[in-house]
Design a protein around this ligand. Structure first.
Ligand code: ASP
Length: 332
């Protein structure tokens, strides 16, 4: 009798332990599909800055931003759908947005106090924790690709200014003169010494069919910034982070605040150390650690679950996945 009760208790205990263990893993996977099933085979989220104005933005401008976001999403979708690497998708999406004058990266970068552009970008491979970044470059057409070359062709993580430009020379990276980077709206912003409410920093996070995560971010920084100022976008752990065991993250907003809080790494840390879902981890950082008005973040976890959270009036953003999701938004 006693033996029977102990045996029963033991069976119940083992069952509870097993259920508890599975619950943790299944909880993460279950987040991916609304039905609790497996998540999408690939997933992609992008942002075009958290400086979106209120809904008074003229409809024609709204449509232009949404069309640009959708075009960039489709660039990444094409790569991920055919089984390409998340790192390639992130780079290609960001290159596309860097060439679009609507966004504050590459061609549409804002001017610093001296009337020059200084571009920052970073990219991270969640499979290896390998990463590369460039800061304060003024002649590189697509800084995200130079950042990737820093990762793949040097033993360093971050190159800045003149040294980064000389590295670009050695890699025969495409360059552009001041005329490429001159856009009238950004010039007017500088004259008014404030950022126009409109498209901002660009970023992308992706999960590929092999289960690898990648993240990247590219920006012109803040209008009227001091020459030499570097924001969060090229700082791994602040504006960008990717780790296959947790998530891939890209942020946008007041870079100094993201740096102070190691914001992108913090999302990964909440998931790793406290078991938060990607949605809860991003909400924690954006809504509780950062201050209202600071910005927003996008993230994707290894199950394809996407989180896009901001504490500004809006954030230009989009999401796509292997289950047919394809959506772009500015506000809700
Ligand atoms: N985070 C960028 C920076 O501070 C700017 C932005 O995202 O709007 O350089």
């Amino acid at each position: 009798m006693t033996l029977g009760r102990s045996f029963t208790s033991w069976v119940v205990l083992v069952a509870l332990v097993l259920l508890g263990g599975c619950g943790g893993d299944d909880g993460a996977a279950g987040d991916a599909g609304a039905d609790g099933g497996p998540g999408p085979a690939w997933a992609l989220a992008i942002h075009g800055g958290a400086g979106a104005p209120d809904r008074s933005l003229p409809v024609a401008e709204q449509q232009a931003y949404l069309a640009s976001l959708e075009r960039a999403l489709r660039v990444g979708q094409e790569i991920l759908e055919r089984g390409g690497p998340s790192l390639d998708a992130v780079e290609a999406v960001i290159r596309d947005l860097e060439d679009d004058p609507l966004f504050n990266a590459g061609r549409g970068a804002v001017f610093n106090r001296d009337g020059a552009v200084e571009l920052d970008a970073s990219i991270m491979d969640g499979a290896t924790l390998g990463c590369g970044a460039v800061a304060a470059v003024g002649t590189v057409k697509n800084p995200i690709s130079l950042a990737r070359l820093v990762y793949e062709r040097t033993e360093h993580v971050l190159l800045v200014g003149d040294g980064a430009e000389r590295f670009a020379d050695s890699m025969a990276v495409e360059r552009a003169g001041p005329e490429w980077f001159f856009t009238e709206p950004r010039w007017q912003d500088l004259l008014r010494t404030r950022s126009r409410e409109g498209g901002g920093t660009v970023g992308a996070v992706a999960l590929d069919r092999l289960g690898n995560l990648a993240a990247g971010t590219s920006t012109g920084g803040r209008t009227g910034k001091l020459a030499g100022r570097v924001g969060d976008s090229p700082i791994v752990g602040a504006g960008t982070y990717a780790d296959n065991t947790t998530c891939a993250v890209s942020g946008t907003g007041v870079g100094e605040e993201f740096i102070r809080r190691a914001a992108a790494y913090s999302v990964s840390a909440w998931m790793r150390h406290r078991g938060l879902s990607v949605e809860d981890a991003v909400r924690r950082v954006v809504l509780e650690e950062l201050q209202p008005g600071d910005g927003g973040m996008i993230a994707v976890d290894r199950t394809g679950r996407i989180a896009m959270v901001y504490n500004t009036p809006g954030m230009f953003r989009g999401a796509a996945d292997a289950n047919g999701r394809l959506e772009v938004h500015i506000w809700e």
